[in-house]
Design a protein around this ligand. Structure first.
Ligand code: AQP
Length: 331
């Protein structure tokens, strides 16, 4: 059985993109993989997090993941800072990875924007830690959204360079598992920007704890253009907002984009937005209700994370100890 590692940053309430790009896949992959799911709090602090909010968000994300169907008994769910192997291997990978490789990472450029000098060094070396997260468990498959494709290529480069530099065949190749539909859900306010849980505008995203009224309002206000929906999928290419809404509808209703346009093409956005609201409410609100129920018992959520960390540590510790021996640390 192949081992999966995947992570999510506790930087806010998971949004629809996290769900369709990652979490929904995680739930399905539990059937035939050994899964390790991680709330990556070391990554979260690469941008400022209020300490109390970070603790709350870590618990809230745990609740969303359990509500969405992650099984912490059959698989492992924990927070990254509780297993020291991540930081230890991350440092070693900082010394294996090359500045030229990091300079090519588009996510850093997107997140740092023009103000590069004022961002943390952690944000810049984030992909090295991500490689360590996966390889501390010698995981071979990583389910992620399309935005993480480049970071996984870098993780493979680091693994290969490590194997080459130390003359070993230690780290395996990693395969990205990127969902076919809605691999990149875009902002409801700007169809050229990805939906993000830390976007300053809450109107830009559907949060997995939004109730039916909040979803309806956000979809009613979602940016569109004045044209009716097209009937030909090719005509969506130059219309990012329309395309995003149609793709969300398609993936949630199990239809192709062509089927959605066969049904809704030629009409204005009003009726389509109402239909989209219905499928979103059906997919999101049961998870939100279960999340609220779980958050009433935070000590249960903490126990789940503690137990997960102990089991994660039991896998990672011998792997990272061996890496430390290979690089020459005196034990
Ligand atoms: N818009 C998206 N569409 C599809 N997949 C997405 N993912 C994130 N946004 C989208 C996938 O969700 C997983 C967890 O992401 P993360 O929390 O580790 O980091 P992120 O990609 O930076 O997500 P956010 O929501 O944009 O967080 P912030 O605002 O804190 O930076 C990943 O598999 C990612 O591909």
């Amino acid at each position: 059985m192949q081992r999966i590692f995947s992570g999510i940053q506790p930087t806010g309430i998971p949004q629809l993109g996290n769900y369709l790009g990652a979490i929904r896949n995680w739930v399905a992959l539990q059937q035939d993989h050994e899964c390790i799911f991680c709330l990556v709090d070391l990554h979260a602090i690469t941008v400022w997090q209020d300490p109390e909010a970070l603790r709350q968000q870590t618990l809230a994300q745990t609740a969303v993941l359990l509500a969405a169907g992650i099984d912490p008994k059959a698989h492992i769910l924990f927070n990254q800072s509780a297993v020291s192997a991540h930081a230890r291997l991350g440092w070693i990978f900082n010394c294996v990875s090359r500045l030229g490789w990091l300079n090519r990472m588009t996510q850093f450029k997107d997140k740092a924007g023009k103000d590069r000098e004022n961002h943390s060094a952690g944000l810049y070396i984030y992909p090295n830690l991500m490689a360590a997260d996966i390889l501390a468990y010698k995981a071979t498959r990583v389910p992620v959204g399309d935005d993480q494709r480049q970071h996984l290529e870098l993780a493979n480069d680091i693994a290969q360079k490590f194997n080459h530099d130390y003359g070993v065949d230690f780290f395996p190749a990693i395969e990205a598992l990127i969902p076919a539909g809605a691999a990149r859900v875009m902002s409801l306010r700007d169809g050229t920007k990805k939906m993000s849980k830390s976007d300053p505008s809450a109107q830009s995203r559907i949060e997995m704890t939004d109730d039916a009224d909040a979803i309806a309002l956000k979809i009613r206000r979602a940016k569109t253009d004045p044209e009716p929906l097209p009937t030909d999928p090719a005509d969506l290419q130059s219309r990012p907002e329309a395309r995003n809404l149609v793709e969300i509808y398609a993936v949630l209703s199990g239809m192709t984009v062509a089927d959605v346009l066969a049904r809704h093409g030629g009409t204005g956005f009003g009726p389509f937005k109402a239909a989209l609201t219905d499928v979103l409410v059906a997919a999101v609100t049961p998870i939100g209700a279960e999340t609220r129920r779980l958050l009433d018992a935070p000590e249960h959520l903490q126990a789940v994370l503690r137990e997960g960390a102990a089991r994660a540590n039991a896998i990672a510790e011998p792997i990272v100890s061996e890496v430390e021996r290979l690089v020459g640390f005196l034990k």
